[in-house]
Ligand binder design. Structure first.
Ligand code: MEV
Length: 382
């Protein structure tokens, strides 16, 4: 009998839609998969979510199988219009299982708000001397966050950014299980008058940065090389091809952009399915990829001791409270399906899926090419 919790579901793609739905219903507490079937967005909710609402666009939601993330079996819901993405992620996750699945480390949920100060000269020490007062002023407008254990944690001052008279203050906030954009924006606006008073300058922009480099996730996996064997390719040849593809991306920004797009193929569909702001994570990922001054790949692949090892590191500012994740019925179901109750838990899965999608793409590109599988699935659609 199949383990009722396993994500290893051989032949899932051969089952009928009805069979897949029945299987999924068994994994949900109330067995109700209706929000996954039609998006669950009724007119009343639609009208509250955005302005001038008129309708909705349906995107397929599929399930990526085989994921083992930090030892946990996860069925991964992905909302995506592109064929191959779900199949590729599932295939790569099955390969990663052979080496123990994905290991993912996630840093605390620190989101950073920027307050720009104009027409100031070296205000750094005047601001930093009042660090505790500024953090307290920020916390004062988010009592609920503070009561849950989060809140303002740190202050950084970057003087003379761009020109001699601009200083940027970074307010570092632990947003716990929220992505935190609204919370930190409110805090930034609240502390701006105090920063003006301390610096003698004028506050300009007060808004979070999407370069969420205090909120990083690192996923790794190791695949026994013999598992990579393909018709006409030995496992070693495939592994060497994947390592070489990583090196190409590291050397060439044009290739790096496509390499990273393949990573976001795995991440964005999970963010969309869970009501997260995928534009924010994309912006953060690409900015992080360019942090050295040259646009680089977010992942790398090496070969050692009979294993192909992959590592992906990127900012992962996601939430499971606030935003659409708690009010969109489909997002609620998708989080439940993954058994995810924390932002860290969601980051782990999304980052693992990013590495899986990258592996799937490089594997195809290094062997038969991407088009054979892609066109097979594309033809089915037509
Ligand atoms: C297509 O959606 C993604 C790929 O182009 C990624 C890559 O080239 O690594 C296949």
């Amino acid at each position: 009998m199949t383990d009722p919790h396993t994500s290893r579901l051989p032949g899932l793609h051969r089952r009928s839609l009805a069979e897949r739905r029945a299987l999924l219903a068994q994994r949900l507490k109330d067995g109700d998969i209706r929000p996954l079937l039609n998006g669950g967005l009724d007119d009343a909710l639609l009208d509250r979510m955005v302005e001038n609402a008129v309708g909705r666009i349906a995107v397929p939601v599929g399930i990526a199988a085989n994921f083992l993330v930090n030892g946990r079996e996860v069925l991964v819901p992905m909302a995506v219009e592109e064929p191959s993405v779900i199949a590729g992620a599932s295939h790569a996750a099955r390969l990663a299982r052979e080496g123990g699945g994905f290991r993912v480390r996630v840093s605390p949920s620190f989101t950073v708000a920027q307050v720009e100060l104009r027409r100031v000269v070296h205000p750094g020490s005047r601001i930093l001397d009042q660090r505790d007062r500024i953090l307290a002023a920020a916390d004062a407008v988010q009592p609920q966050l503070v009561s849950l254990g989060g809140g303002a944690r740190d202050l950084e001052v970057r003087e003379q950014v761009g020109d001699a008279h601009r200083t940027v203050v970074h307010l570092v906030v632990d947003c716990l299980d929220a992505m935190g954009a609204n919370m930190v924006n409110t805090m930034a606006e609240a502390v701006a008058p105090l920063l003006e008073e301390l610096s003698g300058g004028r506050a300009g922009l007060r808004i979070l940065t999407n370069l969420a480099d205090r909120r990083l996730a690192v996923a790794t996996c190791a695949i026994p090389i013999d598992q990579l064997e393909r018709p006409s390719f030995t496992g070693r040849e495939v592994a060497e091809g994947i390592v070489a593809a990583g090196a190409f991306a590291a050397a060439d920004p044009w290739r790096a952009a496509t390499h990273n797009k393949g990573i976001f193929n795995g991440i964005d569909p999970i963010l969309l399915a869970t009501g997260n702001d995928w534009r924010a994570v994309e912006a953060g990922g690409h900015a992080y990829a360019a942090r050295s001054g040259t646009y680089r790949p977010l992942s790398g692949w090496t070969m050692e001791e009979g294993m192909l090892r992959g590592e992906l590191e990127l900012p992962m500012a996601v939430g499971v409270v606030g935003g659409a994740s708690r009010c969109h019925p489909c997002a609620v179901k998708c989080l439940e399906l993954m058994n995810v109750t924390t932002a860290a838990g969601l980051s782990e899965i999304a980052t693992a899926a990013g590495l899986a999608s990258n592996l799937a793409a490089l594997l195809a590109l290094s062997t038969e090419g991407i088009q054979a599988g892609h066109m097979r699935l594309h033809r089915r659609r037509l």
